[in-house]
Design a protein around this ligand. Structure first.
Ligand code: SF4
Length: 233
């Protein structure tokens, strides 16, 4: 999801807050990395925004290539997969897309994928699979952040929103709970720490198994000179 910075100075994109929520150390190591699009989000978004349902695959692929000219042609397979998954899924309707929202109070900003003025609902489009029930914790926090920003910057007060897990063809409605708003505030504090140059401690539930920053995160302890000099023989 892209986000515009139409907001106060030093505001943080919601996507960065979510990264800090997943693992603040990984956010620290990756904060200057160039973001390379896999094309998955563009594909899921075009499926979700398409007025004709199910859309014509060839026409949709042309549209996707126009939007993201550098997309890998192999991603066509992913498009086919997503179209099969969503063929019988009623996707939430929309009247506006990419709504820029922000909260000056909390210093965050983002862009909501879909808003439907008639039903008064928002949607977040995800290019990931869904959990067996409910929504992933980072999606719950993302929704909490968007709803807070929508209320403050647009005066639209909603209690929940949809998360569209396009690759699985699943749409879930969720109303953020106090624990989600608490998680949002904690993630915001961590994101600010990282952006001020601090490396946070390793979280207990960090998703380390597939992390590409394991070496930087767990540097080998330097061999102490005394260990070499006074090693027992
Ligand atoms: S190895 Fe684990 S703690 Fe370290 S950055 Fe990666 S996910 Fe975070």
């Amino acid at each position: 999801m892209t986000e515009s910075s139409e907001t106060c100075d030093n505001a943080i994109p919601i996507s960065s807050v979510i990264q800090a929520y997943r693992c603040p150390r990984r956010f620290y190591f990756s904060r200057h990395d160039k973001i390379v699009s896999t094309g998955r989000y563009t594909i899921c978004k075009q499926i979700s925004l398409n007025i004709v349902h199910p859309p014509d695959e060839d026409a949709l692929w042309d549209e996707i290539c126009l939007i993201e000219p550098t997309i890998n042609p192999d991603m066509r397979e992913y498009l086919s997969h997503c179209l099969v998954s969503t063929a019988h899924t009623p996707l939430p309707t929309w009247t506006d897309s990419d709504i820029a929202v922000n909260s000056k109070r909390y210093g965050i900003y983002g862009q909501i994928d879909k808003y439907d003025a008639q039903s008064g609902s928002i949607s977040v489009i995800r290019n990931s699979g869904s959990p067996s029930k409910g929504c992933w914790s980072d999606d719950r926090i993302r929704l909490a952040a968007y709803l807070l920003c929508l209320r403050e910057s647009r005066g639209i007060d909603l209690s929940g929103g949809y998360v569209e897990y396009i690759p699985d063809g699943i749409v879930r409605y969720y109303e953020p709970q106090p624990r989600d708003r608490r998680g949002l505030i904690q993630a915001l504090v961590l994101a600010r720490k990282v952006l001020s140059g601090n490396l946070p401690a390793k979280p207990v539930h960090a998703p380390c198994t597939r992390c590409t920053y394991q070496k930087q995160c767990n540097p080998e302890k330097p061999t102490l000179l005394s260990h070499i000099l006074f090693k027992k023989r």
